[in-house]
Design a protein around this ligand. Structure first.
Ligand SMILES: Cc1cc2nc3c(=O)[nH]c(=O)nc-3n(C[C@H](O)[C@H](O)[C@H](O)COP(=O)(O)OP(=O)(O)OC[C@H]3O[C@@H](n4cnc5c(N)ncnc54)[C@H](O)[C@@H]3O)c2cc1C
Length: 598
């Protein structure tokens, strides 16, 4: 058995930042991750991290960022978290720089910031379109000198609790297939997202919602799970790359969306709340891209839910591209600037190579085919806005696995800054917790029961193939709980989820325990099912359209629904109960900020 003060589950941006902070506080920290260190999903982040530094437009400040984030989240966000985020993100970005991160620069040598959907001013600090890679490289380089112990290629399968408090975690070594126990006084959950519960996703293989499920089964609450963000622009062709992200940075650099008739359709549908912030014509939109402070943003840079629905509408109306998407055109900027090809390759190097190598498309000359892809979950473990601790004593959470910052929808770029702001807070408060709470003993009966359940598929070599269930689950979520939802479809999804649970009891794997991908999938499946059920039940309960949730049977926002968050919790009989919780009230000074920014 390993022994630590704090165990961090996950080595993405949130986990590493939390581990750095807890280690710096002088407690013994272990980090467990499914893949190799440096390979977490965060490396895929492209566009940048949002921080109101005002380097490109000095009108930006924390108040504007606060108001933008609350508006994007349709006021279901926890204002305390939004305040921490807006105020602390600039310092966290500068800290990364002091640890060696090499950001793109303005002519004056400041950190360069780019436009992104929903942000009033250029706000995303970036490194070309490889910002996540630089973030992880920096945190990893800095972190390994802080004394943390790293356990790579290990999957945590259960949180251990004794008397309702965290006592450790149980996991297995993916390489050798052997079980391991880590005793710990506190656990920081930093396991990222859930995209793999859907068939079309930009997320990496790791994003099976493990942390959401582990926390839920240990007694934590999952909040806002109905809010799943479908990014408007994923690749649609060829089929092997369907879902891979096409960064919003393309639109930030001037890329426009057109339908099969060549029409720039986003101008046709600008929501009332944004009307005075959107360019009135193409010419004003281009001036905005070029940095004209008197111009408003082009409609392609509206919030993701809105752009995704507009694309969906064009496709459904038969005005889509040949492979079921619409066209994203950045090459058109050659009409505006002389060295457009070189400019695009310099600004969007990964996108250039991605399309060239995966689809044989030269984006400097040809239009890309894009469509919505499951991208991010706003919902997650409910935490205290100041400490990041959940309702389970000793269980903290940070990053995408956590709810609260984003409300009904996340603005692009707010995740990378979330990781460094709340990773730090979680590390700090977990360290404080372990200094004032003694360790509790691990319960051997829990370890034994979970180990038996994990190993059971080997006893059924002729049982059902886990990949068959996984595929059926992904298709069900995509088709019935996707971008446009109805009560009837979601009720039929719940029936299917029950059937998958029954099939799971008969899942079988053959072969040995070393690197057995079928077995790994069988272990992921219960997590994916818990996540899928919480999304579906919460989406059914929210009888309105708001942020990322669009209900065809309730197409409007309801004032009453704007007063609560939905919380999924495991009842004593093992069933999932979803209940309403009033939104965290906003202090009067923060209300004044919102008024001022209207
Ligand atoms: C293609 C793409 C581009 C993006 N671009 C941006 C962007 O430009 N700006 C922005 O703000 N956001 C962006 N996002 C979102 C952002 O990247 C993610 O929300 C963020 O990186 C999540 O970080 P995290 O630290 O919470 O989790 P992750 O980076 O997902 O890390 C999770 C960690 O948990 C580990 N883990 C998971 N389950 C277990 C388990 N059971 N046991 C042990 N370890 C486990 C994993 O191995 C991994 O180490 C993008 C997302 C995608 C998909």
């Amino acid at each position: 058995m390993h022994e630590h003060d704090v165990i961090v589950i996950g080595a993405g941006g949130a986990g590493l930042r939390a581990a750095i902070e807890a280690s710096a506080a002088g407690v013994k920290v272990g980090v467990i991750c499914k893949s190799l260190l440096g390979k977490a999903h965060t490396v895929m982040a492209e566009g940048g991290m949002a921080a109101a530094m005002g380097n490109v437009d000095d009108r930006d400040n924390w108040e504007v960022h606060f108001a933008d984030t609350m508006r994007g989240g349709q006021y279901l966000n926890n204002p305390i978290m939004v305040e921490h985020h807006a105020k602390e993100a600039p310092a966290r970005v500068l800290e990364l720089e002091s640890w060696g991160a090499v950001f793109d620069r303005t002519k004056e040598g400041k950190i360069l910031q780019r436009n992104f959907g929903g942000h009033r001013y250029p706000r995303l600090a970036h490194v070309g379109d490889r910002t996540g890679l630089e973030l992880i490289r920096t945190l990893q380089d800095h972190g390994i000198h802080q004394g943390m112990e790293v356990f790579m290629e290990m999957t945590v399968v259960s949180l251990l609790t004794t008397g309702g408090r965290i006592s450790g975690v149980l996991g297995y070594d993916r390489e050798r297939g052997r079980m391991r126990i880590w005793k710990a006084k506190a656990v920081i959950m930093a396991t990222g997202g859930i995209g793999k519960s859907f068939s079309v996703t930009s997320n990496s293989w790791e994003c099976t919602g493990d942390g959401h499920s582990l926390a839920y089964h240990a007694g934590a609450e999952l909040m806002d799970m109905e809010f799943v963000q479908f990014h408007p622009t994923g690749m649609v062709w060829p089929p092997s790359v369907r879902g891979i992200l096409v960064t919003e940075g393309v639109r930030g650099e001037g890329g426009v969306l057109r339908n099969s008739e060549g029409k720039r359709f986003m101008f046709d549908d600008v929501p009332e709340a944004y009307r005075n912030q959107v360019a009135k014509d193409e010419e004003e939109g281009w001036r905005y891209v070029c940095g004209d402070k008197n111009a408003n943003r082009p409609p392609e840079l509206l919030t993701r839910d809105h752009v995704a629905r507009c694309i969906n509408r064009e496709i459904k109306a038969g005005r889509g591209s040949p492979h079921g998407g619409v066209f994203l055109d950045i090459g058109w900027i050659k009409e505006k600037i002389p060295n457009a090809s070189e400019h695009i390759k310099r600004k969007l190097p990964s996108m250039y190579h991605q399309f060239m190598q995966l689809a044989g498309v030269d984006i400097t000359q040809e239009r890309m085919e894009v469509g919505p892809t499951t991208h991010y979950v706003m919902g997650g473990v409910a935490v205290d806005g100041d400490t990041q601790m959940s309702c389970v004593p000793g269980l903290f959470a940070a990053g995408e696995v956590t709810a609260g910052l984003n409300g009904a929808n996340r603005l692009g770029g707010n995740s990378l800054s979330d990781l460094i702001v709340f990773g730090k807070l979680a590390g700090e408060h977990a360290a404080k917790f372990v200094k004032s709470n003694a360790a509790v003993e691990v319960d051997p009966a829990q370890v034994e029961a979970k180990t038996r359940a994990i190993e059971a598929p080997f006893e059924r070599p002729n049982g059902e193939n886990p990949y068959a269930i996984q595929q059926d689950l992904q298709n069900t979520m995509q088709d019935l709980v996707g971008i446009v939802r109805t009560q009837k479809e979601m009720e039929s999804a719940l029936v299917k989820l029950d059937q998958f649970k029954a099939r799971l009891k008969n899942v079988g794997v053959s072969g040995h325990r070393e690197y057995n991908p079928g077995w790994h999938t069988a272990i992921d499946l219960p997590c994916m099912l818990t996540v899928s059920e919480s999304i579906t039940r919460s989406a059914l309960e929210r009888k309105e359209s708001r942020g990322a949730q669009f209900r065809e049977d309730y197409p409007d926002k309801s004032a009453e629904c704007g007063t609560f968050n939905l919380v999924a919790k495991k009842a004593p009989d093992g069933s999932m109960q979803v209940s309403r919780r009033p939104v965290v009230p906003m202090r009067s000074d923060l209300k004044a900020v919102i008024e001022k920014m209207k």
